[in-house]
Design a protein. Structure first.
Length: 241
């Protein structure tokens, strides 16, 4: 398949293109600074990678992007770029769960020979919260067990997970109710993971018309109010006798 994939759900941009050259699958990748720079740097980076791969957009089978959860600005940027490029090329869009991408990366790196694994994916949601999702890999397919959660670290439930995957361990590691022996893998969503997931998702009919592609927001609130910040600041100041 010929696919373009990208993710801007965190502070990094990840882009990948795949196609066959002389019957062999080839992969071109780019990683760069995201965040506030994503809106200006994403399209030029995609253009450069497509040129390296020798592909036009109308030759692609689909354009896949990290749908969320994640950074509000990053998700909107990725969705808008995927829609615009796909509209112009007349091809479908494949939205991909960013937490599933974390689980897939850990499976690929650490459970590749196993036919089954269970991964709890965790992404920093800021504001002292994290996004969580439970996933099970069985016989070549991923299944999400339960819904996405937006929770404080202490509220995390492990279930029967064999590993934790994500970018929360530096900020919240000591607050997670997880035993020390449960493996923790520090990973971010990546376009390469999207490309490994894409064939099964496309076969399952997950691709959509560009007009129907949407980011996935788990949190309705982008930032704390002035009153909330003031209350937190006041609570952090020790009272004097």
């Amino acid at each position: 398949m010929k696919l373009l994939a990208f993710d801007t759900s965190t502070d990094l941009i990840s882009i990948a293109v795949t196609r066959q050259v002389n019957g062999v699958a080839q992969l071109w990748q780019h990683t760069g600074a995201g965040g506030a720079q994503a809106s200006s740097s994403l399209i030029p980076a995609i253009e450069a990678l497509m040129a390296q791969a020798g592909l036009r957009y109308d030759e692609l089978d689909a354009i896949a992007f990290g749908q969320g959860p994640g950074s509000f600005t990053g998700l909107r940027t990725a969705c808008a770029v995927a829609q615009g490029l796909a509209f112009g090329a007349g091809i479908p869009v494949l939205p991909v769960d960013t937490l599933l991408m974390l689980a897939e990366q850990v499976r690929f790196d650490h459970f590749n020979a196993a036919t089954k694994c269970r991964v709890l994916a965790l992404l920093d949601a800021r504001m002292d919260e994290l996004y969580a999702g439970h996933y099970e890999f069985n016989s070549g397919l991923w299944l999400q067990t339960g819904h996405h959660q937006l929770i404080h670290p202490e509220a995390l439930t492990l279930g029967d997970s064999q590993a934790l995957a994500g970018n929360v361990f530096f900020a919240y590691g000591t607050r997670l109710p997880a035993p020390a022996e449960l493996p923790r893998y520090d990973v971010l969503p990546s376009a390469a993971a999207i490309l490994r997931l894409a064939p099964a998702l496309l076969a399952a009919g997950q691709a959509v018309d560009p007009a129907l592609a949407l980011p996935r927001y788990i949190r309705d609130k982008v930032a704390k109010t002035t009153l909330e910040r003031a209350a937190e600041k006041a609570a952090a100041i020790p009272t004097q006798a």
